[in-house]
Design a protein around this ligand. Sequence first.
Ligand code: NAP
Length: 241
Amino acid sequence: MTAFSLAGQTALVTGANTGIGQAIAVAMGHAGAHVICAGRRSCDDTAALIDKAETMTLDFADPMAASDVFADRRIDILVNNAGIIRREDSVNFTEADWDDVLDVNLKAVFFTCQAFAKAALPRGSGRIVNIASLLSFQGGIRVPSYTASKHGVAGLTKILANEWAANGINVNAIAPGYIATNNTEALRADPVRNQAILERIPAGRWGDPEDIAETTVFLAAPASKYVTGAVLNVDGGWLAR
Ligand code: NAP
């Protein structure tokens, strides 16, 4: 077994029906994991692409939705990928657009990590990978709840890494750059925005969901056993510029 194998491990991926989450679930499967594909909608299409997979309904409109998921079975790897965004000038931003985004992107991530750790701490092993954003580092514009939530994900990743490292649980995050998914379809369809974004990416292309997925496998695998508390940019060089 190589240092990059997930054979014998069970991984739970949230938001696994589409985009980055789907690619992560498939890559975990290719690396040998049994994958629990969780979504608020059916993940059957994703599970069909994986040898050893099952599906689970998890809707983080209730941020405590995963409270009981880890209690009665062994899950070695947790990937918190589900996320939403709302766009509006900050001066007009509504409480609903604040609460909805913070609930899914931050509160649910914390309480899902907590539920995972209650089961994993006594075992003395586990991996958590949170999907953060460039807006864990930058401000963005017209997305105040998203930026606050993703800055929060970066901070949570570090505190949980500090608290749980001695018990064998590694907690890391990935900050994806501009990745071609449903989430960014409008940007890619706007020729002016698309051109401006491409000109600023040193790699000269949008990222693919697979770029994030392969890095997630690394952060779940034995190869990264001494990596914890990191927020790893996977952005074609965007933040280095
Ligand atoms: P996406 O295609 O819109 O996928 C988002 C996923 O989150 C979907 O599976 C979605 O389910 C799920 N989700 C939303 N609300 C949920 C809820 N209440 N309960 C459970 N699942 C929920 O976008 P994506 O680009 O793959 O995004 C995945 C993650 O990457 C997000 O955390 C996003 O912030 C982050 N990210 C993306 C980019 C990018 O450039 N694409 C950049 C930085 C960070 P439905 O299909 O049912 O809506």
